[in-house]
Design a protein around this ligand. Structure first.
Ligand SMILES: Cc1cc2nc3c(=O)[nH]c(=O)nc-3n(C[C@H](O)[C@H](O)[C@H](O)COP(=O)(O)OP(=O)(O)OC[C@H]3O[C@@H](n4cnc5c(N)ncnc54)[C@H](O)[C@@H]3O)c2cc1C
Length: 555
């Protein structure tokens, strides 16, 4: 072998790790009432970090879904073919109850356990978590129509993944999708032009197009259409009760930036049959219950992405040397990694707090419903906005290797903007938070109750909360100022949660870099005097390489 082929200073593969192994995740799990799920979570985390599951993720993303509009004889079939790896990922997700299972699980903390598992398992591949997420989210909306909920809920919660187009009630488990966005508008769904006309048997005839409908092999979709009584929500199965195909045409699949393992289709309802969900004219009010849950999953997906990005970055820096020293021992890199770690812990802490709120709301807690109303919109905006920047910086920690597909980092980077676009793009999420503040003053108080609970502990946080109150008192140009205002509230909330529940070193770094005057737009700009050694030790998790840095920056 020629000497030019000697490979040195390349990092070992990152495999056989526990994707759930982060103290902020495990602490959040216990704090929010799902400590009982820790063993299951760790087992799923080890599976997610296995070479096998990581390979499933790679294959599912690499081998794009293929649309078959017709069979060989020219009949319309409208089916999508996936790589077998996609089905393996779906099977594990469903078997572990990442979809609708918590809605039929009486144990307090069931939604928290599911949230922790979703962000853990999503580290294998984000694409397949889209249908998993929609199958979770559909239940509260479906409950607006109790007869449909009774028929479908047990199958949505089934832990069997039963792929293929058959009459839903004959299947062992169901997957659901959401079909709202039309060519002329996704944020403004009131502009939908799809129509629904009442049939003699009480069903509706649905005609129109949807510009984005992900997971088109779902067993049914919730969709919006203009009915005689106004914009309404409908359930459209792919297969009708008599076993025939509902005329839902898959026109083409989107050629997307990322999220490639998941098919996203343009579809036409060509006299399709639908069942009304909720009251006519209350379609947005009905489907918003689904949207809210998928918004939580956008936060969880981003947070899981931060975790795997951070893990890759720390792993690389631990093994790679430059200029005569390991990267992880070089002060500029310590700052970058610690900053990424602080961002990840802030996201984890607020994500688990929101999962806890969702869990308590599902058990009738009205105070938590107020908190969730505003805190979820605020967090969806901010955490998802931070995702692409976090992924870009984590990728850069790997240098050129991070820009190469085999590292997995480009896939992570391409996924992140979607989580910000979907279910309320940045502006829409920020404006929704403003709407919550204007229409539900009690929701504002619920968020402030969380902030006030730590009043007097950290002066930087106290000052930020005072500034937030002042900002809220000024209604001038409020939409123009929406992002700034919502960002400030999100940072105050993350800061308060970290000060109250988080690691002191992380909370200190967060308040110093995000709430004090010492802010910068880039990662790796933490001020001096922080315990970065401790922050990074948390980021490495159990089983971390023993040569990891444990110094304070500047020491
Ligand atoms: C990969 C992928 C999968 C998807 N899957 C689905 C799916 O399964 N089902 C589904 O229904 N949809 C789906 N969507 C569509 C998605 O929900 C929409 O793209 C999104 O809601 C934005 O709508 P839009 O694309 O029409 O953009 P627009 O609504 O036109 O918005 C464009 C921009 O304007 C901003 N904006 C909008 N209103 C305002 C305002 N009042 N003030 C200031 N700024 C504003 C938005 O924030 C955005 O940045 C998917 C999208 C993608 C990319």
């Amino acid at each position: 072998m020629p000497s030019t082929h000697e490979v040195t200073n390349q990092v070992p593969p990152l495999v056989d790790f526990d994707a759930a192994d982060h103290p902020a995740l495990l602490e959040g799990l216990r704090r929010e009432g799902a400590g009982w799920a820790e063993d299951e979570l760790r087992a799923l985390g080890r599976l997610a970090g296995s070479a096998q599951a990581q390979e499933w993720g790679r294959l599912a993303e690499r081998h794009h879904p293929v649309l078959h509009t017709h069979d060989r004889w020219g009949h319309r079939v409208d089916e999508v073919e996936y790589d077998p790896a996609y089905h393996e990922l779906m099977r594990v997700a469903v078997a572990n109850g990442l979809h609708a299972a918590p809605w039929l699980d009486d144990r307090p903390g069931a939604h928290v356990a599911r949230a922790a598992k979703l962000l853990t398992w999503g580290q294998t591949d984000a694409g397949h978590t889209c249908p998993i997420s929609m199958t979770y989210a559909v239940v509260p909306a479906l409950r607006h129509q109790p007869d449909l909920a009774r028929a479908y809920e047990p199958l949505l919660a089934s832990t069997e993944y039963d792929f293929g187009l058959r009459e839903p009630t004959t299947k062992r488990g169901l997957i659901a999708g959401m079909s709202m966005t039309e060519k002329q508008g996704g944020s403004d769904v009131r502009a939908n032009t799809t129509t629904a006309t009442l049939n003699d048997d009480g069903t509706f005839r649905v005609v129109g197009h949807k510009w984005f409908t992900s997971a088109p092999m779902s067993d049914f979709f919730l969709t919006l259409a203009q009915a005689p009584g106004g914009l309404s929500c409908f359930l459209l199965p792919r297969v009708l009760p008599d076993g025939s195909r509902n005329p839902i045409r898959l026109q083409r699949l989107k050629d997307k930036l990322g999220n490639r393992s998941n098919a996203s289709a343009e579809i036409e309802y060509d006299d399709a049959t639908g069942w009304l969900v909720g009251e006519q004219g209350r379609g947005v009010r009905t489907i918003i219950d689904m949207v809210n849950m998928t918004r939580l999953d956008c936060v969880l997906g981003t947070t899981g992405g931060m975790l795997i990005g951070l893990r890759n970055a720390t792993h690389h820096a631990t093994h790679r040397s430059a200029f005569g020293a390991k990267l992880v021992d070089q002060p500029a890199m310590v700052n970058v990694l610690a900053d990424l770690a602080v961002e990840t812990e802030a996201a984890l802490t607020v994500a688990m707090r929101l999962a806890g709120a969702v869990d308590r709301v599902s058990r009738g807690d009205e105070q938590e419903a107020l908190f969730r109303r505003l805190a979820l919109a605020v967090t969806k905006y901010w955490v998802c906005k931070r995702g692409p920047m976090h992924a870009a910086e984590a990728l850069e920690c790997l240098g050129g290797n991070g820009y190469v597909e085999e590292s997995g980092m480009p896939r992570l980077y391409r996924e992140m903007p979607l989580l910000s676009i979907w279910e309320g793009s940045g502006n829409v999420a920020a404006l929704d938070a403003l709407r919550a503040m204007a229409t539900a003053p009690m929701a504002v108080e619920a968020v402030f109750a969380e902030l006030d609970a730590v009043h007097g502990v950290d002066d930087r946080l106290d000052q930020a909360v005072i500034g937030l109150r002042k900002e809220l008192g000024d209604a001038d140009d409020i939409q123009y100022r929406a992002r700034r205002l919502v960002e400030t509230m999100a940072l105050c909330l993350q800061g308060a949660l970290l000060v109250r529940h988080g690691d002191p070193a992380v909370a200190d770094a967060f308040c110093a870099s995000r709430l004090g005057g010492d802010r910068s737009g880039a990662f790796g700009t933490l001020p001096r005097g922080l315990d970065t050694g401790r922050i990074l030790a948390r980021a490495y998790g159990a089983g971390a390489p023993t040569n990891s840095n444990s110094r304070t920056a500047g020491s």
